[in-house]
Structures are given as C-alpha cells and as structure tokens.
Design a protein around this ligand. Structure first.
Ligand code: 3HC
Length: 294
C-alpha cells in the first residue's frame, strides 16, 4: 500500500518553494514551510497569500477554502520544525554545496523513514543523495513554474533510490492532480534538457539584434502555439535561475554549445534584471512579482 504522507516539509520559499507549498495545501496535506530567516519567511508567506487571494478574486477559490488552505501551512525558521514530516522537499537556489549541506542537516533532523526530495532542475540528484546516510530514500521531485498550474512532475530516481520510494511518490503526484514522468538522473532531466537550449538561442537572437523581443515571442506564441514566448518565459522562470540551469547543464551535460549561457544573460543577472521577481527582465513589470507588463 502507498504511503499516506500526512505532513510534508518544504525548505526554501522562493518562487518554486512557495508554489509547491500551495500545491500540497490545496490538496489537503499539512505543510511545514521552512526558511533561513524571518524576512525570507515573510516573502514566502506573501507569495502564498498573494497567489491564493488572486484565486479568490478570480472566483476560483471560495474564501473559506482559502482560509482552510492557509490553515494547513505552518511557517518556521530552521529545520528543527521538520522532525515529524513524512516527506521533505528542498527548493533552495541551484548550488550543489548548499543543497548538500541542507540534505546532511535534513538527514540528521528528520525521522529515519522520511523521504528527502530535491526540486533541483539541473544538478545531480545522486550527488545530493550521497550527502545523507539514506541515499535510497532520496529522490528528485521536479515541479514546473507556476507550480500550482503546471501539470508535470519529473520523478528522478538515482541508481540507489528504492523502487518503493519511487512508487510512493508517483502515487502522491496523482493525489496532487499532477502527471508524473519517472526518469534517471541526467542533467536537465527531460523538460529542461529540451527547453533550455531553445531559450538560450532566443536570447542569442535578441542579443545579435536579429529580431525584437516582441517578434521573437510572437513568433513562438502565434506560430507554434506555445502559451508564452521564450523571453517572456525567461522572465517568469527568473534570469538568475535560468543562468544557473544553463551553466550546470553546460558543465555537466557534455559542454553542448547550445547550453553555454549567452553573455547577455549573465550581464542582465549581474545588473539585477532578474525578470518578474525583480520587476524587470526582458520586459518591465508593474512591480516586482507582477505579471503585468508596462
Ligand atoms: N500561481 C498560481 N496560479 C497561477 C499563477 C501563479 N504564479 N500564474 C497563473 N496562474 C493561474 C491563474 O490563476 C489562472 O487560473 P484559472 O484558470 O483557474 O483562473 C491560470 O493560471 C491561467 O493564468 P492567466 O489567465 O493569468 O494567464 P495565462 O492563461 O496566460 O497562463 C501561464 C499563465 C500558466 C503562466 C501560461 O502562460 C503558461 O503555461 N506559460 C508557460 C509556463 C511554462 O512553460 N512553465 C515551465 C517553465 S520551466 C520550469 O519551470 C522548470 C524549472 O526548473 C525552471
């Protein structure tokens, strides 16, 4: 019989982490949401309340259901709050040393049977798993942005992940209304391995002045039926996150030129143009976090 998963922890409440918290709470599962400081916790809380308030305003969520959803989430600074979680999902920035440190700490704090999952989008799940004494209970659980909306979850098994753990997480994805694909541990898994070369090429096309940002995005949206063009999508993903993903895939995916980050991307990140989250990327937004282009 599949595991129950009555209490889930999420470490890191950036765009992805806060979205993952919402996915679980929406589906009736208690969540402990953890950050490293009160300020970071507040940003995560604001992301969650903003997203659920928007759903209420659009008539998609009743106020009572929003309140019940928020009531399922406990916010905490520090990982001690994760002692009784059945599953913890880490969603901190894409740095291997940071993730390994967090997994070593989770291994120490969490109950022995807890499953530890990483939402990494390009790092090696195996290298993260070996930072613990329970690598057979470590798995990749890769959500897509915006997590409450995108249907896919990539379940990533390493050569030592227990088949039972994989089966339990596949069942959990169904409970969350998601569709899972299970794959082995390779840079970028399926979706990012195919997506990021294309996104990088779009930046190159813009940088060389071949086409305007609007024309690049219109071509892919209207010509190929995609929900948004590549430059708008980079703004949604976050240019810093996209840069890190490309860099990791380039270094660990056989130095494929398609994944060598285009210089403009790095310059924009250095200048603080991170996309929607900072209020400016390829487009300028009404305010940080907004989807409205001005
Ligand atoms: N949080 C929660 N819900 C959101 C949301 C958010 N951030 N953004 C949009 N939504 C919801 C809206 O409330 C709305 O819900 P409803 O249909 O119940 O009313 C629904 O999504 C549609 O939103 P909108 O009408 O405002 O806008 P669109 O129809 O233009 O859809 C979009 C927005 C869902 C972002 C759509 O443009 C899209 O699918 N874009 C592509 C996204 C994509 O490719 N994501 C993957 C990125 S790669 C990745 O994540 C990998 C990682 O490793 C980086």
């Amino acid at each position: 019989m599949a595991r129950e998963f009555t209490s889930v922890g999420v470490v890191g409440l950036g765009t992805m982490g806060a979205g993952i918290v919402e996915v679980f709470a929406r589906n009736g599962i208690d969540v402990v949401a953890v950050e490293i400081s009160e300020a970071a916790l507040e940003r995560g809380r604001a992301h969650l309340t903003g997203s659920t308030d928007r759903a209420v305003a659009r008539g998609k969520l009743a106020e009572a259901d929003r309140d019940a959803l928020l009531g399922r989430v406990t916010f905490a600074v520090g990982m001690d709050a994760l002692r009784s979680a059945d599953l913890v999902i880490e969603a901190v920035p894409e740095r291997l040393d940071l993730k390994q440190r967090i997994f070593a700490e989770l291994d120490r704090v969490c109950q022995p049977e807890a499953i530890l999952a990483t939402n990494t989008s390009s790092l090696s799940v195996t290298e993260i798993a070996v930072a613990t004494a329970r690598p057979e209970q470590v798995v990749g659980l890769h959500f897509f942005n915006p997590a409450p909306v995108m249907k896919l979850v990539e379940v990533v098994r390493t050569v030592v992940t227990s088949p039972d753990v994989v089966a339990d997480l596949e069942a959990l994805c169904g409970r969350l209304g998601k569709v899972d694909v299970t794959i082995s541990d390779r840079a970028g898994f399926i979706a990012n391995a195919l997506l990021f070369g294309y996104l990088n090429q779009a930046v190159d096309m813009f940088e060389t002045g071949y086409a305007s940002r609007e024309d690049i995005d219109a071509a892919m949206k209207l010509g190929c039926g995609l929900p948004m063009g590549p430059l708008a999508l980079l703004d949604l993903i976050g240019l810093d996150t996209a840069y890190e993903i490309l860099n990791t895939m380039y270094r660990h995916g056989g130095r494929d030129r398609r994944h060598a980050p285009v210089p403009l991307l790095r310059q924009m990140v250095t200048a603080g143009l991170l996309g929607r989250k900072s209020g400016r990327g390829f487009y300028t937004y009404e305010r940080p976090g907004s989807s409205r282009v001005v």
